[in-house]
Design a protein around this ligand. Sequence first.
Ligand SMILES: [Zn+2]
Length: 199
Amino acid sequence: MQFNVAQLLKEPTGATRRYELNEQLVGLDDELRFLGPLVGTLQLLRTNSGILVTGELSTVVQATCNRCLEPIAVPVRFRLEESFRPLTEVFTGRYIRPEEFEGAEADLEDAALLIDERHILNISEVVRQAIWLALPMYPGCNWEGPGICPNLSNRLTELEELGGVDLYTDRETPHTGEEIDPRWSALRKLYGEQDSASS
Ligand SMILES: [Zn+2]
C-alpha cells in the first residue's frame, strides 16, 4: 500500500490522483486474519502542507462469534481521511523543518503520516488502525432468533461427544482420551458400568 507521490508533490495545490485498490493484506497485523483483499477507491489530493488521502475501503476479517465461539467472517467498511506530510522538499531533497509545516500539529507528530525521503506515501498503518476501529466489539454470527444459537448447541453436542470437555477451557484443542487424568477415566468407567447396570 505504497504510493510514489513525487510527481503529485510537484503539482499545484488541488491536484489529485485516484486509485482503485485491490490489495492483499497478508502480514498487515499479526492478530488479524483477512479473508479477502482490501478494496475501494482512494483519492490523493495535493494540499499546501502535503497530501490528503481519502477513501471508502472495505475488507473481510475472520473473527470469533461472541456467543457460539465459531469462526465467522466479518465485513469491515471504513472511511479514510488522513493528511500526510513530506519529510523532504520534493524539488531540492532538503529536509523540511517542523516549524515550516502548515498543517495540524497532531499530523506533524504521527510517524505513520510521513512521506519518506523517496516520496513514498504508505497507508498501511492508517489502514491497520482503521480496521481495528471498524471491527465490532462483540462480533456475532447471523443467529437472531430466541434462545441459544444453533451453532452453539451443535458445538456443545460435539464437545459432549468428545467426552464432555469443559467449554470454558482455554486450550486450543479438545482433550483426547489419552490426556484425561487416569483417576477421572476410572470414574467415567464406573459411571458407564452403572448406566448399563441400571438399564
Ligand atoms: Zn454464533
